[in-house]
Design a binder for this molecule. Structure first.
Ligand SMILES: [Zn+2]
Ligand SMILES: [Zn+2]
Length: 348
C-alpha cells in the first residue's frame, strides 16, 4: 500500500499525501472577509439592514457570505460554536467540503467585533410605551451627572430619548412607580422638590379613552451640607438642608433661609484642602492658589482641637485670609502619616 510522502502514514488521499497532510498543504478556506455584528441589548437579536435575526442565524449568514474556498473544493456544511467575551464574539467553526468526490473537514477560529445597540422594533416599542417625561433641573452639574448616571443604569428610562436642557435634562420613562421610587431615593441624598403634571397625550380610538402621560419635574438642591456658597456678597457654609440653615462665616452667625431664593441667587465657592504651615503665634494655611501663607480668620476653630502643623484642613480663601470650613477626619490623618512612613521605607 502507498504511504503519505510527508508523514509516512499508510494512507494516500490525494497528491501522494494523507488526508491530514493534504489539508495542511491545501487549506479548504482561502479567505474570510472581515465582518462585525450588532446586537440589540433588549431583544438579543442582531441589527442588520431591516432584518432581525438570532445571533446563531446571523453568524451563519455572515459566514456563508464571508468565506471563500480554495479551488477544487465544494462547500457542504459549516458547523460552529460561539462564545461572547465583552466586545468580541469568538467563533470556532468547521468547514466540511468535497474535493474530487471525497469528504474533507477543516477547523478555524475567528474573532468578530460585537457592537451593542437597540433595534428599531425595540426603540419603537419603547417610545410608544413611555408613560411620561422626567425633567431634572439643577444648577450643579456634578449632581446632574450623578442622577443621570443612576437613571442610565435603570431599564426604566429610554436612553435614546435623553436631551440636554437649560440647567438640566429630560428623559422618557416607562413606569411611573419606579420613577417615583427613584426620585424618593434621590431626595434622601440631594433633597429638593418634585411635581407631577398630567398631559393629554392622545385618545385611544377603540375604547375612546383619553391616554394621559405624566410629566415629572425634579429639582434637587444644588448644594449639600458642608458646601460654601456666596450669597448677597457674604460667604455661608451650608449647615443643614431641611430647613435650610446657613452659617455666615465672617459674622459667625447661623440663620435660616428660604431655599427657593437661595437656589436662585447663590454661587458656589471652592473649598480647598490646605495644609497648616504654622500654628504660633498666628495659625496660617498654605493657599494652594498662590502658594503663600494665609492667616486663619476663625482662630477659635483650634480651641480644644488636636491639630498639628502639617495637617490638612478644608478651607476657603477670601482675599488674603483663610476660613476653615471643617476638619479632615483624624483617621485620614493617620492614614496619611502611615502612608508617608511606608513611602520613606521604600525610598531607603
Ligand atoms: Zn500524511
Ligand atoms: Zn430589539
Amino acid at each position: 500500500m502507498d504511504r503519505c510522502i510527508v508523514c509516512g502514514k499508510k494512507e494516500v488521499f490525494k497528491d501522494h499525501l494523507c488526508r491530514e497532510c493534504f489539508i495542511k498543504q491545501n487549506p479548504v478556506v482561502k479567505s474570510i472577509k472581515p465582518f462585525s455584528i450588532e446586537l440589540c441589548v433588549k431583544c438579543n437579536r442582531t441589527i442588520e439592514n431591516g432584518k432581525a435575526l438570532t445571533l446563531e442565524d446571523s453568524i451563519r449568514e455572515h459566514l456563508l457570505k464571508a468565506i471563500k474556498l480554495n479551488d477544487g473544493f465544494e462547500l457542504k456544511k459549516i458547523d460552529f460554536n460561539t462564545r461572547i467575551d465583552k466586545n468580541i464574539i469568538a467563533v470556532e467553526f468547521s468547514v466540511k467540503a468535497i474535493i474530487d468526490g471525497k469528504n474533507v473537514k477543516d477547523n478555524y477560529v475567528i474573532e468578530i467585533p460585537l457592537k451593542k445597540g437597540i433595534c428599531k422594533d425595540c426603540n419603537k416599542k419603547d417610545s410608544k410605551a413611555y408613560k411620561g417625561i422626567l425633567q431634572v433641573r439643577c444648577r450643579n452639574q456634578e449632581i446632574l451627572d450623578k442622577i443621570k448616571k443612576a437613571l442610565f443604569s435603570s431599564k426604566n428610562f429610554i436612553k435614546s430619548s435623553f436631551s440636554d436642557e437649560k440647567n438640566g435634562f429630560n428623559i422618557k420613562y416607562l413606569d411611573i412607580s419606579e420613577t417615583r421610587r427613584m426620585i424618593e431615593e434621590f431626595k434622601k441624598e440631594f433633597y429638593g422638590y418634585s411635581s407631577y403634571s398630567n398631559e393629554l397625550f392622545s385618545r385611544d380610538n377603540q375604547t375612546s379613552k383619553d391616554i394621559l402621560r405624566t410629566n415629572i419635574r425634579y429639582s434637587p438642591l444644588p448644594f449639600k451640607g458642608g458646601d460654601v456658597i456666596l450669597l448677597d456678597n457674604r460667604y455661608y457654609e451650608v449647615k443643614k438642608l431641611k430647613p435650610l440653615m446657613l452659617y455666615d462665616i465672617k459674622k459667625k452667625e447661623l440663620k435660616r433661609f428660604d431655599d427657593k431664593r437661595v437656589e436662585q441667587e447663590f454661587s458656589m465657592c471652592k473649598i480647598h484642602s490646605a495644609q497648616l504651615i504654622k500654628l504660633y503665634p498666628e495659625p496660617e494655611l498654605l493657599n494652594p492658589n498662590t502658594f503663600r501663607g494665609a492667616k486663619v480668620e476663625n482662630k477659635k476653630f483650634f480651641n480644644g482641637r488636636d491639630v498639628v502643623v502639617g495637617d490638612y484642613l478644608n478651607a476657603i480663601f477670601i482675599n488674603e485670609n483663610a476660613y476653615i470650613v471643617s476638619e479632615v477626619k483624624k483617621e485620614k490623618r493617620k492614614e496619611k502619616k502611615e502612608g508617608e512612613q511606608i513611602n520613606k521605607k521604600e525610598k531607603k
